[in-house]
Ligand binder design. Structure first.
Ligand SMILES: Nc1ncnc2c1ncn2[C@@H]1O[C@H](COP(=O)(O)OP(=O)(O)O)[C@@H](O)[C@H]1O
Ligand SMILES: [Mg+2]
Length: 303
C-alpha cells in the first residue's frame, strides 16, 4: 500500500504515475477529499476523465476499486446485497431430502453470510487488506431521487444494515468518488456532503499532455493536429461534442492507418472515431472538415 499523498503536488505526481493528467484545481479537491475523508463529486461532460481518476487513484494507492455503475431503476438490493434465493432453495430441498432437519437451525443458516450476495456498497464497507477501498459511484445522474436519498444515508455513516445479520460498518471510510454527466441535476443534499468539482474539456496544452500519456505512439506533429482539430470541433454547433476519450481513440485510429498528418480525406474517413451521431457526421462532410482543419492549423504556431 502506498501512503496517501501529503500535498497537492504529491497528488498530481501519484496520478501522473498512472498516466492521469491532473490540473491544479482537480488535484486540490482530490487531495482535500483524501485528507478530510469526504466524498468527491465530479460533474462534467462525458469523456473528460471523471471515471478514470477513480481508477488512477485506486491503482496509484494500491487500493481495491469497487464500482457501483448507476442506471435507471437501480435499487438498494442491487446496490447493497441480495439473498441468494436459488442457493437457499437448494439448501431447503437438501435438508428435506435428508429427513427434515431442525427447522430453527435451518432458518438461521439460510440467512447467514453463506447465502448473502454482496453488492458494491456492502463490499465497500468491508475491511480490505490494502486499506480502505476506492468506491466509485459512477454516473449517479442515471438513477432516480429515491436512490439518491438512500445513498445519502449510506454515505453519512458508512454503514449498511442487513436486518437478519445486523449492521456492517466500515472500519475506515472508503475513498468515495461520485460522477455525473449532468443529464439531470443531482440533489443539493447529496452535493452538500461532498467536495464538488466541474470537469470541463481540457485546454490545448493539457489535452496534448493527455495524448502524450495515453497515445505515446503518436508523433508530436500528428498529436498537435489532432488536438487542435478536436478543440476547434468542440466550438462548433454539434449534437454531441467529442470528449478526451474520442481524441485518444482518434489518434490511435490515425496511427493504425499510418497517417502522418490530417487531410480532409483522412478526416472524413475516420470521423466515426470522434463523432457518434449521424447528424454531426454528415454536417462535417465535404468542405466543413477542411474549413475546421484550416482554422485549427492557423492556431498552431509554425512548428
Ligand atoms: N486527465 C486525463 N488523463 C489521462 N487520461 C484521460 C484524462 N481524461 C480523460 N482521459 C482518457 O479518456 C478516457 C475516458 O475518460 P472517462 O474517465 O471514462 O470519462 P468520463 O468523464 O466520461 O467518466 C479515459 O479512459 C482516458 O483514457
Ligand atoms: Mg464515466
Amino acid at each position: 500500500m502506498t501512503v496517501p499523498p501529503k500535498t497537492i503536488e504529491e497528488t498530481q505526481t501519484l496520478l501522473a504515475s498512472e498516466d492521469y493528467v491532473c490540473g491544479r484545481a482537480l488535484a486540490t479537491v482530490t487531495y482535500l477529499a483524501l485528507t478530510l475523508g469526504k466524498p468527491l463529486f465530479l460533474e462534467g461532460e462525458p469523456g473528460t476523465g471523471k471515471t478514470e481518476i477513480a481508477k488512477a487513484l485506486s491503482a496509484g494507492l494500491g487500493r481495491r476499486l469497487i464500482r457501483l455503475q448507476c442506471y435507471e431503476g437501480l435499487d438498494a438490493a442491487s446496490a447493497v446485497y441480495e439473498w441468494n434465493f436459488a442457493a437457499q432453495m437448494i439448501a431447503i430441498r437438501t435438508a428435506e431430502a435428508a429427513g427434515g432437519a431442525d427447522q430453527d437451525a435451518l432458518t438461521a443458516n439460510l440467512f447467514s453470510e453463506r447465502y448473502l450476495t454482496e453488492r458494491p456498497l456492502l463490499a465497500a464497507m468491508r475491511p480490505q487488506a490494502g486499506g480502505a477501498p476506492v468506491l466509485l459511484i459512477d454516473e449517479l445522474d442515471r438513477t432516480d431521487e429515491p436512490f439518491e436519498a438512500f445513498l445519502l444515508e449510506a454515505l453519512s455513516d458508512f454503514q449498511v444494515t442487513i436486518p437478519e445479520l445486523g449492521a456492517v460498518k466500515a472500519p475506515e471510510p472508503p475513498i468515495v468518488i461520485i460522477t455525473s454527466n449532468r443529464t439531470r441535476e443531482v440533489h443539493d443534499a447529496l452535493k452538500r456532503r461532498c467536495l464538488y468539482h466541474w470537469v470541463g474539456y481540457p485546454d490545448f496544452d493539457r489535452e496534448m499532455e493527455i495524448v502524450r500519456a495515453r497515445a505515446p505512439e503518436a508523433t508530436e506533429t500528428l498529436s498537435r493536429e489532432v488536438v487542435a482539430f478536436v478543440q476547434q470541433l468542440r466550438t462548433e454547433d454539434l449534437f454531441k461534442r467529442p470528449g478526451v476519450a474520442e481524441t485518444i481513440d482518434w489518434a490511435k485510429c490515425l496511427i493504425a492507418l499510418d497517417a502522418v498528418a490530417l487531410s480532409p480525406q483522412v478526416i472524413s474517413d475516420t470521423l466515426g472515431a470522434i463523432l457518434k451521431y449521424q447528424d454531426d457526421i454528415s454536417a462535417m462532410q465535404g468542405s466543413e472538415a477542411k474549413r475546421i482543419l484550416d482554422q485549427a492549423r492557423t492556431k498552431l504556431e509554425p512548428a
